[in-house]
Design a protein around this ligand. Sequence first.
Ligand code: ARG
Ligand code: ZN
Length: 881
Amino acid sequence: MRTDTGEIIHLEDYRPTDFVLERVDLTFELDPTETKVEARLIFHRREGVSADAPLVLDGDELTMTGLLLDQEEIAAANYDAAEHTLTIRHLPAAAPFEITITTQINPEANTTLMGLYRTSNVYCTQCEAEGFRRITYFPDRPDVLAVYTVNIIADKASTPLLLSNGNYLGGAGMGDGRHFAAWFDPHPKPSYLFALVAGDLGVVEDTFTTLSGREVALKIYVEHGKEPRATYAMDALKRSMSWDEERFGREYDLDIFMIVAVSDFNMGAMENKGLNVFNDKYVLADPETATDADYANIEAIIAHEYFHNWTGNRITCRDWFQLCLKEGLTVYRDHEFSADQRSRTVKRIAEVRHLKAEQFPEDAGPLAHPVRPTKFREINNFYTTTVYEKGSEVTRMIATVLGADLFKKGMDLYFERHDGQAVTIEDFVACFAEVSKRDLTQFSLWYHQAGTPLVSASTAYDAARQTLTLSLEQMVPPTPGQSSKEPMHIPLRIGLLLEDGTEAQVTSVSGAEMTGDVLHLVERKQTVVFAGITSRPVLSLNRGFSAPINLHFEQTPADRAHIARYESDLFARWQALNDLALPNLVAAAASAKAGKPVHCDASLIDALLAAAADGDLEPAFRAQALSLPSEADIAREIGGNNDPDAIHAGRQQIMSAIAKAGQTIFEKLTDEMVVSGPFSPDAASAGRRALRNTALSYLVYAENQPARAVDAFNAANNMTDLSQALTILAHRFPESAEAAQALATFKARFADNALVIDKWFTIQATIPGAAALNRVTALMADPLFNGSNPNRVRALVGTFAFSNPTGFNRADGEGYRFLARQILDIDTRNPQLAARILTSMRSWRSLEDVRAGHARNALRDITAGKKLSADVSDIVERMLK
Ligand code: ARG
Ligand code: ZN
């Protein structure tokens, strides 16, 4: 196997650059295949750096056509241009000097979608993490902050719009059919936040007046004709701007804020200063084409990128090891924003479901790494759910440990102290330690120790003494490179529920620090005694998922049902229902495997149906309560030697049992939860649709025939209902004429809307069962499929591998071999995308032996590929280690 680079970069090797970059002047002469870039860079030697130290700049796939020092050509003997670096010697000892570099690049041929590329005739950049070096030679690292001026020249007719960061300086025609525009960004920034967009686009415009009275022009650019689909994104942007002022005291700092939606993008979106670039999937929405989930994602991602303006841009990362400094914190901020805009409980449930489905498996498998890693080979592979979502959970725990007021003080100090700097996690944590006077050394292990802690708990009630004794023990499992772990500071929110559902009035607690309802677990083993408890209480542990842990706590179904019924913390109620369901689903998988009948406890059915029928609970919560743990959740609970077919079969039978028992309730809900009037994506309406569709899906289980879903498909007047009905038909009756008919109707109706066709691909790619692979292969030949568009590839190949446990994990291994071929193919065009989809195999070791053997062989097939990218070879090697 050959790879691009193999070098491992270590946190401990960090040192500042030898030269300080003062200013950057860029001129782009745009051309689809021969774009010229002139970069004028003003540097000075850092104090104390030896006078003969050379300037070393990063580069990648560049053709250099000129190199000047203070406008004089540099002699060939004084520089070396290697594949990834440009080294310049004999530079001034103290005085500032100007380096002018001219490079030529080919945007059309750039299929990696890093650096400058073309998407639907639009020039577009993506520079995070290391894309700027594909534009010009540069000190391409986040601790090099400079002020940029950008001149863009392009053909006026085909490329009327010329955008970059900061404020618009001016522009004009040039007489030769070309025109130019100049932009100036007064805020010093690292190169990863640079952006350029040029093309012919439509725009939606608005304005926002900041708290201090600055008027900001807001512009969202989309393909011509799609403007009406950008109005929700604009609304979300304005709400984000207000919220950041109110909640974090953060105002916007330029005259203009722009968002551009493009159809070829590797990730969700990018927070370039003043010019965010988005995957159009997270901008475009209307009732006919977007689901409630799409609307919620748009709101969250618009907010996320906007919030980066302070957490990421004004204060950035010293090096890429600190990625969670901006990402974990910004995810926390967007979570809080969505919680305030919608239902806090329902948002928290969705977050925890996502964390457990994505981050917990990563933390338990070969790709596990700390929130703040200490080494990497390919930084693109560290834009992970651990850095983002676990990073957010760690930020949330700081707020839990300190309390809201001190957390706010710490954030204020962070903004004040580090504005304009590139800093570290230690700098961030120090702000909270300082305002709270708490020692956060042990807490910081959350950044450094990988693996999901396992907390084991047991309780004993002493009626004579009126005490409850809680024994806690924590264990952090070994992860790659970290065999033994220190005990962590785990903040557990708790409640003690009495028989009548009220909370026990505890008179004293010994054995642990308590702050409000937060119990601080800090030792490996801790025994905590609660006094003054007049009758046996039921302990509700880890309310609100205050700590991202696995909990081992043997509670009776009756106690869990008690929590599900009475907890004042609604998240804990959902958690209790989940805890009631899991043992049933695990047992069902075992029965299915053994060919025995599946049994479902009455206590589970009763608790679920009670929640379903409880009109005091909001519909969105009831929908979440009724959504059983996924097949992946069950696999994680079983832990090893997994048979996806047995898990699937067992779960289907539990669904049927609940459906039959609850038929009347579900019928009633489908009537009650009809949403009348014009479509609105608000959370309450979305909740009613969610509950109604959940009820519909149970009814189809109870009836075991497609009629009701066909009716729902025909009656649907919005994409949420339509795609739900289609999913039920396709997943439950894949071979039926009804499913075929609905799929064909859907395709014909939306053939010209790529984002909706992605749903059509996804629904089919996730149809359970061994036949899925043939379906996916056939769909790849469909004219609507496009193997070079990331959204299409993720919708079909990605969802098959990530979200179709029975189809992908076929016992004959064909699913893995298919994926290996796809990865090798995608890797030739877009390594980042290939590496990301390959992580779908991260839990291969927990499969039963036959499947695990096939999976290992398929991974080995990938390593035998002729020329693997650094991205894919890094992932595959770690997975096989
Ligand atoms: N900073 C972006 C965000 O989370 C993600 C960009 C990641 N890009 C990449 N090529 N790895 O908002
Ligand atoms: Zn981000």
